[in-house]
Ligand binder design. Structure first.
Ligand code: Y12
Ligand code: CO
Length: 158
């Protein structure tokens, strides 16, 4: 089921999201609803607070070289922790919660991500490039931060 997306300047986007402790069927239903919302909104990433739940959950579904998004590559990331950040990359970011606004943002080019899946199983992945950018963008949402707050001073009105 598609859920309504919370849009800037809604103050809920500033909330610090809380860790997940129970990996139950309610969580699984919510993850399925997040997936429907992301895909039906043409998104490649979505954090739970963007659908009004302040929980440390994010979804990513990266497109292939033809722009197709396969559910086979869906990442359901719960309670993420980033380490080993390296290098820098500049990428033009957009966000379902900030419609019609796209800007170049500097992020780490590579990182290591520890997280849990929908069953609470601990997993690790190494990310670089666009996946690394998307992870950092979505983790910012869990910490109440939007990509537009990462613009260097003075760039907003360029
Ligand atoms: C790189 C940079 C940022 C991310 C975070 C995930 N961002 C999105 O998934 C953004 C999606 C988006 C979709 C929109 O809708 C359409 O294009 C139809 C959109 O449209 C409007 O604003 C009108 C804006 C953003 C991952 C990787
Ligand atoms: Co976003």
């Amino acid at each position: 089921m598609k859920l309504p997306v919370v849009v800037y300047p809604d103050k809920r986007l500033k909330l610090i999201s809380k860790p997940i402790e129970n990996f139950n069927t309610d969580l699984h239903t919510f993850l399925d609803d997040m997936y429907d919302t992301m895909i039906e909104s043409n998104g490649i990433g979505l954090a739970a607070i963007q659908v009004a739940k302040a929980q440390r959950i994010l979804l990513l579904c990266m497109p292939d070289e033809d722009g197709e998004q396969s559910k086979d590559v869906l990442l359901e990331i719960i309670n993420p922790k980033v380490s080993n950040e390296e290098g820098t990359i500049v990428y033009q970011e957009g966000c379902l919660s900030v419609p019609s606004f796209y800007e170049d943002i500097e992020r780490y080019e590579k990182l290591t991500l520890d997280y849990q899946d929908r069953h609470g199983k601990a997993l690790r992945l190494e990310a670089e490039g666009l996946l690394s950018v998307a992870i950092q963008h979505e983790i910012d949402h869990l910490d109440g931060k939007l990509f537009i707050e990462r613009l260097p001073y003075g760039r907003l009105n360029d």
